[in-house]
Design a protein around this ligand. Sequence first.
Ligand SMILES: [Zn+2]
Length: 385
Amino acid sequence: MRGPKGDQRFIRDYNRGLVVNLLRTDGPMSRADLARHTGLAPSALTRRIRDLIDEGLVTEAGKKESSTGRPPTLVSFNPDYASAIGVKIERTRLRAARVNLSGEVRARYETGFDPSPKASQVISLVEKAVEHLNGTRILGVGISISGFVDTINGIDIYSPILGWENVALAEPLEDHLDLPVHLENDVNALTLAEHWHGAGADYRNFVCLTVGEGVGAGVVVDGSLYRGAFGGAGEAGHMMIDPSGPRCRCGERGCLEVFASDQFLRRETIQLGYASIDQLEQAARKKDARAIGVFEQMGHYLGIGAKNLVNVLNPQAIVLGGGRMEASDLFWPAFETEVREHSFAEAAKDLEIVPALLGEDGFLIGAATIVAAEFFRLPTERTAR
Ligand SMILES: [Zn+2]
């Protein structure tokens, strides 16, 4: 039960959150505009802004152009007030960055390890990364990892690339670092980054589809990441395209990523007698018809996958990203044609198809954004963890 003092604090925190979030998304802004958008009384607003300026989270910056009278002073959000560490754990590499509250990378760190590492080894590498990137006011650590993740308890349930099952990561790290640690699926982290700071910023409903070693999807519904009942949503790579197709690494047959990922490109590379995917790509750029055909086929199948998602979810946009985007010019046209020409008309109406903006940094920015999102969450929205 909250007493009168508790109520006052709750209201103060709530109002503070309103002001900060508005400045973060729509600032800089005058005090009059802030009052209009938040509905706060001038006296309460003045107190909140004064507190925020004292804290350093908000600054006074510049004057607004005004045709009549004295131009009002603008108030703006200070994105370097604090930062979060974003980490991505890959098969043999750990990448990390210190990211400010606007999703800008301020420092980087990278280190390698042998395949199939022990959890304790990776935990100490994360600690080393955090130590290396440490700065003033670190709010916490976000870790993105491929596979199936229990985000509530910070447990890596199943990660084929690391060979892990049921590995608790967040708790031991929180104990050692004395910071909040969040764990998230890598594609979900990327999706969050694109939603807050990239190509998905203008959409409340979109799908971020990634193509690289596999195919993944992050789904944003009504402005929030859709994780499904147990965190397993978005495994678009295992959408079945052909039940009698080649065997997928998941054990099923004919999954999307069998036809549209680096696994597919590697198979075709060998088939056509090239040494690497890079060589196949070079051949396609030199107008070798068979090499071009491989990328077109990949685009076509990726388009089939996206089309199925569009028909089920009716998103405003598909944001396409992932490690294979450097060759997107070779598969994008076939991809877009498949999505546009063969989706159910109403589901694809006004659909936008755009490339992701943040590249490989998106995984780190997204992991850090999970931490930032907790910081910006209003008291009414706080999750128990
Ligand atoms: Zn599969």
